[in-house]
Design a protein around this ligand. Structure first.
Ligand code: KG4
Ligand code: ZN
Length: 342
């Protein structure tokens, strides 16, 4: 199907990244600016919501202006404004939403509220205008594994914007487990990259941490795994002067990746689907990427690193498909901090 040409300016402020991007025709990225607040939050060991929203206020104008400049465009060349409506931190979402509404009102442009999780999935459509050959487009039906700091779920997509939730975490999200276990091991926030780095020098078979099977369902549970790491840390602290952080990190990472991979493949087999998208911040994990890309029975779509963690390019991609399906929002929409995908 041929979709109409359109340029989307997107804004993302759901958590601790202030981001804006310009995307053409749902795929071609003209610019993407991400101002990370990690340095600000590191001292708290996690995201401090009020600090996050106030930093978005300071940064948002410059970030949007830079996104337009880097695309060599002005607002006169934009067809619609997409913005993350939820889920996320209310005070952070409001900043991006109000910026988007201001632009939409001032320039008489359509406003499109985008689900952040939908954005993560659509990051697989995005490619830079600078690459010589466009990567293949994910084809439906597909299984989307979404693994971020706040969410872990498997969805079946029969077509654009259609999600059937097949399973999800019953407790912690995968990224949350990385962040909590990193803290246990004395590694800095955000935990995912810290654990990955420590694990590079560790033995993934040093400790046999649990892989929750949950009666063969497509649900996940990571709290038992986290507790198991905690118990092991307490035990080791009694007998050793230095924790084997590398082995603990590698064994934990292996346990998370094993269960994410196994259940996603199970979902694809059960629904006779050939195509799999892996998206969300945890999809930046090298072991997870290598594990999915290392098998040949399914077509795997994992975005390049820079589009795995929070960014606005993915919001623009999802926004484009909403725009071409006439899913335009009125200017009085509120943010939805707990907005589910399906
Ligand atoms: O998608 P994201 O940027 O924000 C949310 O929507 O939550 O995901 C952030 C999460 C954090 O929990 C972070 O620790 C995790 O993604 N993460 C990783 C890696 N990079 C980021 N987890 C494992 N390995 C990584 N390399
Ligand atoms: Zn995210």
């Amino acid at each position: 199907m041929i979709y109409p040409a359109a340029r989307i300016l997107a804004i993302e402020t759901s958590c601790d990244e202030t981001a804006a991007a310009v995307l053409e025709n749902g795929r071609v990225l003209l610019s993407s600016v991400v101002a990370s607040q990690i340095d600000l939050h590191q001292q708290y060991g996690g995201v401090f919501p009020e600090v996050a929203s106030r930093q978005h206020i300071i940064t948002i104008y410059d970030v949007v202006e830079q996104a337009l400049q880097q695309a060599y465009l002005s607002l006169d060349n934009i067809d619609a404004i997409a913005v993350t409506r939820g889920p996320g931190l209310a005070g952070s979402l409001v900043v991006g939403m109000n910026m988007a509404k201001g632009i939409a009102l001032g320039k008489n442009l359509p406003l499109i509220g985008v689900n952040h999780l939908e954005g993560h999935i659509y990051s697989s459509w995005v490619y830079s205008s600078e690459v010589p050959n466009p990567p293949p487009i994910p084809e439906f039906p597909l299984i989307a594994l979404l693994v971020s700091g706040g969410h872990t779920e498997i969805n079946l997509m029969g077509g654009h914007l259609h999600y059937k939730r097949l399973g999800g975490t019953l407790d912690d999200a995968a990224g949350e487990a990385f962040d909590k276990v990193a803290r246990l091991l004395g590694l800095p926030y955000p935990g995912g990259p810290s654990i990955q780095k420590a694990a590079m020098n560790g033995n993934p078979n040093a400790y046999n941490f649990p892989r929750a099977n949950l009666d063969g369902s497509l649900n996940f549970s990571f709290s038992g795994l986290k507790t198991s790491v905690l118990r092991m840390v307490r035990e080791l602290e009694k007998s050793r002067s230095r924790l084997p952080v590398e082995d603990l990190a590698a064994s934990f990472q292996q346990a998370v990746v094993d269960v994410l991979f196994k259940k996603t493949i199970q979902a694809a087999r059960q629904h006779k689907v050939k195509n799999i998208i892996v998206a969300g911040g945890v999809s930046a994990n090298q072991l997870l990427r290598d594990t999915f890309l290392g098998q040949t029975n399914f077509n795997i779509f994992i975005p390049p690193f820079k589009y795995c963690t929070d960014n606005a390019a993915m919001i623009a991609a999802a926004g484009y498909f909403r725009f071409v399906n006439n899913l335009i929002d009125p200017l009085d929409i509120d943010v939805l901090p707990n907005w589910p995908l399906s």
